[in-house]
Design a binder for this molecule. Structure first.
Ligand code: CTP
Length: 403
């Protein structure tokens, strides 16, 4: 199943029309570029009054197109639209929405859109009166009926002193909605709980015992699952990375907090993916105030108490039909021995799948890429994959989806 629409490099056209929110379109272009896509900006002449061509060219890393009569020899007025795999118009002014609804082709953006069969996403931005005007309401409805995805507008402060519906949606929401139009929605209707990051066990008010997990792989799984239509809850333990706003996040720090959050959320989810690195021990005693050297001397003895195994108890008390995915981060250098550790671990923990990755001083943590093998409950390797953490996330979700 081709579930890699998002990690794949897409030809994205960002159409920018002439409204003050055009300055925020720079952020949209940037987000698509950073996600690895090839971005072509088609700006109206009025859009270029609000945001400069050099800015858009630097950020998109491509020439900005605006004139219908440039590039005539290469038939540019249709070529850009024919090559597009996704068109995002942001901001979409009342005027540009009216032109889109009427099928106008009096500028390059109109021609580009008419010549394209790609999904079209618009992010309206205008004053409340214009958004609520029956002409705009009818035009937006017409576009929705034709399959155009309308993101927002949000309610909030507008350009002047007024506030209300009409503010362009946030960049991340527009980008996420746009990418979901080109991503198979194979996890739609599924509720997925993902844990990410690493738990920390306090010693005193200023110190903790922790691990080096950044949370990148878990967040990538949550992000990819949301893009594939799942309703995602992310239990986040001390993340070093951000997450898309479409994901419901519960922040925790210690293993005990993670255990409580997982056990209360687990019954409402079809799938639980335990990507968090969980501290296996906690200090027996947490000092009320900072531990001072004077009171300890040259050796500080710490007594650590074993934490409960969250994954094991999840698997023991699973609700019928629930799929449980565990992780194993190991330093074992030998591939065969690594798989043997994984087989022992999945048998002991009772999860349906176990994602094994190698970690070490320089491997695994905080890096953008990952390399994993996935075992099923019989101990068979069902997937071995490497690449960006987002593409690894999609391979893991392929297994979830297939089950
Ligand atoms: N895990 C858990 N609760 C714990 C420890 C681990 O739920 N107290 C989960 C992790 O989220 C992961 C899986 O169990 O999905 C394996 O974690 P790992 O640390 O590799 O295994 P351990 O059981 O702790 O075994 P060991 O550290 O001895 O290898």
């Amino acid at each position: 199943m081709p579930s890699d629409a998002v990690p794949r490099r897409l030809n994205v056209v960002v159409g920018i029309t002439g409204g003050i929110a055009a300055y925020k379109a720079v952020g949209i272009v940037r987000a698509f570029v950073l996600a690895g896509h090839d971005v072509h900006v088609v700006a109206t002449e009025n859009a270029l009054r609000f945001v400069g061509r050099p800015t858009l060219e630097a950020i998109s890393r491509n020439l900005v197109h605006s004139d219908l009569y440039d590039g005539v020899a290469e038939v540019r007025h249709v070529a850009i639209g024919q090559a597009a795999e996704l068109i995002v118009v942001a901001p979409a002014t009342a005027n540009s929405i009216a032109k889109l609804a009427g099928g106008f082709a009096d500028d390059l953006l109109g021609n580009t859109i008419l010549a394209s069969t790609a999904p079209i996403v618009i992010a309206p931005a205008m004053h409340t009166e214009m958004w609520q005007n029956p002409a705009t309401v009818a035009n937006v409805q017409l576009l929705r009926d034709r399959g155009v995805t309308v993101v927002g507008p949000a309610v909030g402060q507008l350009t002047g002193a007024d506030s209300g519906p009409g503010r362009m949606s946030e960049v991340d929401d527009i980008v996420a909605a746009a990418l979901s139009t080109v991503t198979p929605q194979d996890l739609k209707g599924r509720r997925i709980l993902v844990t990410a990051g690493g738990t920390r066990e306090p010693l005193d008010p200023v110190r903790f015992i922790g691990n080096r997990s950044s949370g990148r792989q878990g967040v990538a799984i949550a992000t990819a699952a949301a893009a594939r239509g799942a309703e995602v809850t992310l239990i986040a333990a001390n993340l070093e990375v951000g997450h898309p706003p479409s994901i419901h996040v519960i922040a925790v720090s210690t293993t005990a907090e993670l255990a409580t959050a997982v056990s209360s959320a687990a019954t409402e989810n079809d799938v639980v993916i335990m990507a968090a690195a969980v501290a296996d021990y906690r200090p027996e005693r947490v000092a009320e105030s900072k531990i001072k050297k004077d009171s300890q001397g040259d050796v500080l003895d710490l007594r650590l108490i074993r934490n409960p195994d969250i994954l094991m108890s999840l698997a023991e008390h699973r609700i019928p039909g629930q799929l449980i995915v565990g992780f194993a981060a190991e330093t074992e250098p030998d591939d065969t021995a690594l798989l043997a550790i994984g087989r022992e671990k999945i048998a002991r923990k009772g999860s349906d799948l176990l994602v094994i990755n190698r970690v070490g001083w320089t491997e695994g943590f905080a890096s953008a890429d990952n390399s994993v093998s996935v075992l099923d409950a019989t101990g068979a390797v069902v997937t071995a994959t490497n690449g960006t953490k987002l593409s690894v996330a999609n391979r893991i979700l392929d297994l979830v989806s297939a089950r």
